[in-house]
Design a protein around this ligand. Structure first.
Ligand code: HEM
Length: 258
């Protein structure tokens, strides 16, 4: 994050004399409120149980992934706890970083929350890499969750580097990509619900819940985050921020006209 001097104004929607249409402002507000509520709900629902009971107790009651991690080496269990605490923190802080009022009026709060957010992403991302080989979806999970962890770290680093060189537009774009990945904690659980329900309905009562869940779990290591990235890139272009392009074999970010 920056160390003192004021950041330049936002390039696209803060241009003098340019007003955003009311419907777009209302839609942005609704979307942001949804992001806040869903992120807080999943942070509480997914993380808190692991902080209130041991893996052994949770495993006996069949909760979450406890049975997968109960007998693992201590390094993997430590990574698991570091991941869910730091990941939960990133999910709770993340949406507030996109709140324009906070960014404009309390810039130092935005900076400190940003540092906490990126530190949380770094810890949870490295822990995610440690956990990926032990995940419950086998090779699909190794590549899906492993790829997600790598991109989470890379986008966080790019966002940090961008703001260190005072490139606010690129910082915003990389942060949008990064939070789209953080938000996979929410979309993963939504997709699981949708896929399990669809199978049960399609099977007309003949499908076992456990089988439906296992099937769905093999889809989510990629489904949880690839669509999020597409949506983030679309929003980045819509806002005139530097969008992602691959040209001549070299990866670049360049200003979008869209
Ligand atoms: C975006 C990058 C992320 C990666 C790469 C990642 C990776 C993983 C992996 C590999 C697992 C174990 C899966 C298995 O054993 O089958 C896991 C589980 C878990 N992660 Fe993440 N995760 C990410 C984000 C988050 C965030 C933001 C949170 C915040 C809530 C979070 C909370 C959890 C929890 C609570 C579990 C245990 C799930 C359960 O009990 O069902 N993760 N994650």
């Amino acid at each position: 994050m920056t160390t003192g001097t004021e950041l330049p104004p936002r390039p696209a929607d803060a241009a003098p004399g340019r007003r955003r249409p009311k419907t777009r402002t209302a839609a942005t507000r609704v979307a942001w409120t949804w992001l806040v509520l869903s992120s807080l709900a999943i942070a509480a629902y997914a993380v808190v149980p692991y902080l209130t009971a041991s893996l052994a107790d949770l495993s006996d009651s069949g909760a979450g992934l406890a049975s997968n991690y109960e007998g693992r080496p201590v390094v993997v269990q430590a990574a698991f706890y570091a991941h869910i605490v730091a990941g939960g923190l990133a999910l709770v802080i993340g949406p507030f970083q996109f709140w324009r009022g906070l960014r404009d009026r309390y810039r130092s709060v935005h900076r400190w929350m940003g540092r906490a957010y990126l530190a949380a992403v770094a810890i949870a991302g490295v822990a995610g890499l440690v956990m990926a080989p032990f995940n419950e979806a086998g090779l699909v999970g190794l590549f899906g969750f492993g790829g997600l962890a790598l991109l989470w770290l890379v986008t966080g680093w790019r966002a940090y580097r961008a703001i260190r060189r005072r490139d606010v537009a690129s910082h915003r774009a990389w942060m949008m990509r990064n939070f789209a990945l953080t938000y996979s904690a929410v979309t993963l659980r939504l997709w699981l619900g949708v896929l399990v329900t669809a199978q049960m309905l399609a099977g007309g009562g003949s499908v076992d819940f456990g089988d439906a869940f296992d099937n769905a779990y093999f889809a989510v290591p990629f489904l949880a985050w690839l669509p999020n990235l597409v949506v983030a890139e679309w929003l980045i272009r819509r806002r005139g921020l530097p969008s992602y392009r691959i040209s001549n074999g070299a990866e670049t970010t360049s200003p979008s006209r869209g």
